[in-house]
Design a protein around this ligand. Structure first.
Ligand SMILES: [Zn+2]
Length: 283
């Protein structure tokens, strides 16, 4: 099984995770810029993080044969902090970088006017820079948040096939499918979505525009739940080709719209990590 995780926060994960992921067939990842748990106090903290997402993290991933790309944005939660908002003015220079394949994660956390403004401005940046957009949906009041999200996306003028609306569930999948946007599902150990529920959704709604991710980060999460979803699909009677489509070809198709997806070296390092620790740049 070859796997592309279209949404995972590797900054928060260890080299053990990279080794397990490579051994499980995960050859490519996209890491969206998001909040780090601890609130940031200024734009410099963001730019160091963005530099790490397009510099250090791809270097670390490559040592395990995992190709790493990033999406860059001011996340919805920190869009509410006046100390962080100036980062919006710094985004254009990052959106021109080669390893950046979308604007994201953008969207709503608490649906405040500040979030409205940051969401609209960043969708406009996606259009301007000819990039897809990765849109997070709120965990509270999900149906209302997703409906509002789709209205803002439609009003922005970005083509729906260039947008993924993420963290969906049984309640929100139908409206996103109808909108023409891609549908993202974060498979979590305890909340959000499980492999068996995901299989049911794929049965009901088909495989078109479907993306499955682990969204693994600094909380309770598991980078191998994409693999578990593939196994659950096979056990439920889906074919190897169906699994390949959902776990590899769909994310490749979505992010290829950036014109920047470069999968050279994907899977190349699968056996070579054994027994070696990550190289430390310059030390
Ligand atoms: Zn995320």
């Amino acid at each position: 099984m070859r796997i592309f995780d279209p949404h995972i926060h590797m900054t928060s994960r260890t080299t053990d995770d990279y080794a397990r992921m490579a051994a499980a067939g995960i050859r490519s990842v996209v890491e969206p810029a998001f909040w780090l748990g601890q609130p940031r106090t200024g734009p410099g903290s963001f730019t160091d993080y963005f530099d790490s997402l397009i510099g250090w993290e791809p270097y670390r991933a490559a040592q395990f044969g995992v190709v790493h790309h990033a999406t860059i944005a001011l996340n919805p939660k920190e869009a509410n902090d006046p100390r962080c908002r100036p980062v919006l003015d710094l985004l254009p220079r990052y959106l021109d970088k080669g390893r950046v394949v979308a604007v994201g994660e953008i969207g709503y956390d608490s649906m405040t006017p500040e979030e409205d403004d940051a969401f609209e401005r960043q969708l406009a940046l996606a259009v301007e820079h000819d990039l897809p957009a990765l849109v997070h949906t709120p965990h509270r009041d999900k149906a209302r948040g997703t409906r509002r999200t789709l209205e803002v996306v439609a009003a922005s003028g970005i083509a729906p096939e260039r947008v993924t609306v993420d963290h969906l569930n049984e309640v929100t999948v139908g409206m996103v499918r109808e909108s023409g946007c891609w549908m993202g599902f974060s498979i979590y150990p305890e909340t959000k979505m499980s492999p068996p529920r995901m299989v049911e959704i794929l049965r009901e709604y088909g495989l078109d525009r479907m993306l499955v991710n682990s969204a693994a980060d600094w909380g309770v999460s598991d980078p191998l739940l994409t693999l578990e979803t593939g196994k659950a699909m096979l056990a439920a009677g889906f074919t190897d080709d169906d699994v390949d489509r959902v776990l590899w070809r769909n994310p490749v198709e979505f992010y290829s719209q950036s014109g920047r997806l470069d999968l050279t070296g994907a899977g190349a390092g699968e056996p070579t990590f054994a027994g070696s620790s990550v190289k430390r740049g310059g030390s």
